[in-house]
Design a protein around this ligand. Structure first.
Ligand SMILES: [Fe+2]
Ligand SMILES: [Fe+2]
Length: 256
C-alpha cells in the first residue's frame, strides 16, 4: 500500500496548488491514501470548514492538525463530527473538540492515523509517550501512521525510535522545511523528521519575507500575510507491506 503524507498546507495559495498537482501525483505514484497536515490551510492561519472541505474535495483522505488546530472556533463542531479530520491526541481529553486518531477503512486493510503534538518549544500538553501507548493498546491493525507535529528534531527522532516496529511510519510536520533524512528504522518503521510545506516557496514558512523581517528586526507585532509567487508541494510516499505493516520503501518529493 502506498501512503502519501503531505506537509503543512498554507492558505488558499497552498490549497489551490494542492488541488492542481495532487490528482496527477496520486496517479503517477499509485497512491492509495493521502494524509495532509491542514493546520494552516485557512487564510489567516488555522483551519475552517471551508478550507477543510476544499482539501477533502481535492483528494486528501485524512487531515491532521497541530498547534494551530483550534485557532478558528467555526471548526470545533466539524472536528467533533468529522470522521477524517484529527487533531493532536495529547490535548486535554475532556474539554478539547475532536479526536486524536481515526481508523480509515480501506476494505482489505484498515489504516490507523494518529496525530500528536511535541512538547519542546510548544504548549506542554499531556505526555505524548503515555498518550500514544494508550492509543496503540486500543488499535487492532498493523497499519499505523503518526503525524508528530513538533518543533525539535531530536524530539521527533526519539519518538520514531520509540515507535520503531510498533507503527508503520512516523512523519514530522510543523517546521515547514523538508528534511532529507528519510529512512527505514531497524524494525521497519518509515521516518522523516519533517515532510515540509505546501505553499509559496519564496517566503518565510509561507509568510511574506518583508513581514517576517519586520517582525524579527523591529520586534513589533505584525499582521502575517501569505506570500505570493510559485508554490511547492512537499510530501513523502511510504510503501507499506499490507501484511506486516512495515515500511518497505520511501520516496521523498518536492513537487514544483
Ligand atoms: Fe504549520
Ligand atoms: Fe504548527
Amino acid at each position: 500500500m502506498n501512503i502519501l503524507a503531505v506537509g503543512d498546507i498554507v492558505a488558499s495559495a497552498g490549497c489551490g496548488f494542492l488541488r492542481e498537482r495532487l490528482p496527477k501525483l496520486k496517479k503517477n505514484e499509485n497512491i492509495d491514501l493521502v494524509i495532509a497536515n491542514g493546520e494552516n490551510s485557512a487564510d489567516g492561519n488555522g483551519i475552517t470548514p471551508v478550507s477543510a472541505d476544499f482539501l477533502l474535495n481535492s483528494g486528501v483522505d485524512v487531515i491532521t492538525l497541530g498547534n494551530h488546530a483550534f485557532r478558528r472556533k467555526e471548526i470545533y463542531d466539524v472536528l467533533d463530527k468529522s470522521e477524517c479530520i484529527i487533531r493532536p491526541a495529547n490535548y486535554p481529553q475532556k474539554t478539547t473538540p475532536g479526536k486524536g486518531y481515526m481508523i480509515y477503512d480501506m476494505g482489505r486493510v484498515q489504516v490507523a492515523v494518529i496525530n500528536l503534538l511535541g512538547c519542546m518549544y510548544l504548549n506542554p500538553l499531556d505526555d505524548p509517550y503515555t498518550v500514544i501507548d494508550g492509543i496503540l493498546e486500543k488499535i487492532d491493525t498493523k497499519m499505523i501512521i503518526l503525524d508528530f507535529h513538533a518543533e525539535a528534531t531530536a524530539e521527533k527522532m526519539a519518538m520514531a525510535y520509540y515507535l520503531d516496529g510498533k507503527v508503520s511510519a512516523v512523519f514530522g510536520t510543523h517546521t515547514h522545511v523538508q528534511t532529507s533524512d528519510e529512512r527505514i528504522l531497524p524494525k521497519g518503521t518509515g521516518y522523516i523528521t519533517d515532510v515540509g510545506m505546501t505553499g509559496p516557496y519564496e517566503s518565510v514558512l509561507g509568510i511574506r519575507p518583508d513581514i517576517a523581517v519586520r517582525k524579527f528586526r523591529d520586534k513589533l507585532p505584525v499582521k502575517f500575510e501569505t506570500a505570493d509567487g510559485k508554490c511547492r508541494l512537499d510530501c513523502i510516499k511510504f510503501t507499506i507491506d499490507d501484511k506486516s505493516g512495515k515500511t518497505i520503501a520511501l520516496k521523498r518529493m518536492e513537487i514544483l
